[in-house]
Design a binder for this molecule. Sequence first.
Ligand SMILES: Cc1cc2nc3c(=O)[nH]c(=O)nc-3n(C[C@H](O)[C@H](O)[C@H](O)COP(=O)(O)OP(=O)(O)OC[C@H]3O[C@@H](n4cnc5c(N)ncnc54)[C@H](O)[C@@H]3O)c2cc1C
Length: 614
Amino acid sequence: MSFSACGCETAWVAPSIGDTCSGSEYVVFMSLVDFVIRYVCHIADPCGRVVPKLEPDTEYDFIVIGAGSGGSTAAGRLAEISGWKTLLLEAGIDEPPASQIPAVPAFYNSIIDWNYTTTESSACLSNDGICTWPRGKVLGGTSVFNGMMYMRGTPADYDKWVAAGNTEWSYDKLLPVFKLSENNTQIGSLVSEEYHSTGGPFTIQRFNDAPELAYDILTAANQTGFPVTNDLNGQDYVGFAIAQTNNRNGARLSLSKAFVRPHKNDPNFHVMLNSTVTKIIIGEVNGTKRATAVEFVYNNHTYTVNVSKEVILAAGAINTPQILLLSGIGDKDVLDEVGIEQVHNLTAVGKGIKNHVSFSTVVKINPINYVDLNIDTLNQYLQSENGPLSSTGMSQLTARIASNYTTADDPDIQLFFSGYDNTCAYSGEPESPVDPTEPNDTRSIGVSSVNLHPKSSGNITLASSNPFDKPKIVANYFSHPDDIKVIISGIRYTQQLIQAPILIEKYNVTFQKYSYGDCATQYEFDTDEFWECAIKYDTYPENHQAASCKIGLESDVNSCVNQKLQLHGIPNIRITDASAIVELTSGNIQAVIVAIAERAVLYIKEQYLGEEAF
Ligand SMILES: Cc1cc2nc3c(=O)[nH]c(=O)nc-3n(C[C@H](O)[C@H](O)[C@H](O)COP(=O)(O)OP(=O)(O)OC[C@H]3O[C@@H](n4cnc5c(N)ncnc54)[C@H](O)[C@@H]3O)c2cc1C
């Protein structure tokens, strides 16, 4: 079969869903899903994809390291200036076609995941203290398998950034930057133009489908005294909501699809895949340190490519500090431990990394637990971009609320829901139970309580000087005692929510009791002590790792980059990923990363073209 119906003849190399659904499940039905979706032009987009270069040129104006959420955004914006020659380097391969279907099981633990884990800790005890941190190793980065929820944070979040000295990063100054990327299709119906805009590359809207239960939980929230809102990024940013997400034509809209693919034919924009950056080379020009070249490995060959203007470092909150340390930029003690000579002293590199952490309680509801991915829903999706495959099920529902430990305008809890999301289907038959050995099992819905403002922080260092060794990740979860209290408040809110008449009468909802290792033998069920034990046992790290090389004043030893995102002391390296986040915002963070990358390129245009950055 060729792709001529889509307007091109060439296919591309991208992993199949066999990398995530293994064994008999893949062979029987999921292979059909994977095969079919490869030839659906507007979903798999075979002809719109970039054709990677196989050999770099000797010099570029800009080299962007990492094609994830932040890197793709920055690279796409730089490519808009046709006089600039830009190289985008990505360690992974192209996006799998099947990951375009919002409901398809994520590609964690596959060849497009860096598969990071933390060092042993006093959290994640059900897994011997080791927490799992999935990170995308693919064109599009983590945006290729994330939940797509579009959340910007609250004004109070950015007040904290300003309080740390970053006066350019107030909510008011960021709002136009958020709007710059956006193409919101629901202005006037669900959201207002005061907060949203059209015309940007990043399509934001609700999914085409949501389970009835999601709407019933909004009613339940109302019945139990919680606010409900249409727009968590608008005036009423506290409450329960069906979130807007980055999706287009019923398919995932990764950041590479949004920002990089439109430039696939630009002669001055080069993309190289399977290209792992090992080092940034630093020189000195007129007494100022400068990045002069980038070293990377492609196809077992080491390339050193010169850069005349800037290196944009966007390898994510873990790999960005890793690359800086490999380049000799960091704390001398940290570098000495692995025998790397210090080139530039910047003690904050890798220090202070934060992540949202949650704990999931489970409720049972009465409908049977069928696999939603089947031949009927596949047909529905292919014909109308609708139905259960066009969304993430209950995961598109969320709540942002305040515990008693904060003020009403600075909410510190997010609730996430799971259920009606898809597992790998073993047969494709409609009404196949998820577990064939338990055909009458009913549905479980997870409700995760997230502490949005963790006080604990960890660090990233090197395990060795070998760039292909995984960095050492210390998460330090719950090292501050306040962090668990907020999660327990979220559990109490969940218990309040499920008292709603609609959930009892329509779904016969019941709260599930588990023992969580030996917590049930040590503590009385449902006491705060019990939950503290359970949270440490079944810790769920969210995937919002950030602040490992953050924005701050040059005088702030805990910061790496200035307000224009330039590395302290080496201004032609800018960071445009989650590392630069000053303090975790209240919600998922991808929208914030996109705004950081947009902002970096505005500053670049200001510096080199004299355009005013707003
Ligand atoms: C399961 C999951 C669900 C999530 N859900 C949501 C959600 O619903 N909403 C939301 O807002 N956020 C969500 N997130 C978080 C969000 O996806 C991430 O915060 C965001 O994508 C990180 O962007 P980044 O640019 O910092 O890094 P990444 O997107 O991870 O990009 C880094 C890129 O750099 C590349 N790279 C790394 N090292 C090198 C090297 N040495 N050489 C070359 N390339 C390299 C990587 O391969 C990767 O492509 C989720 C994350 C996960 C894992």
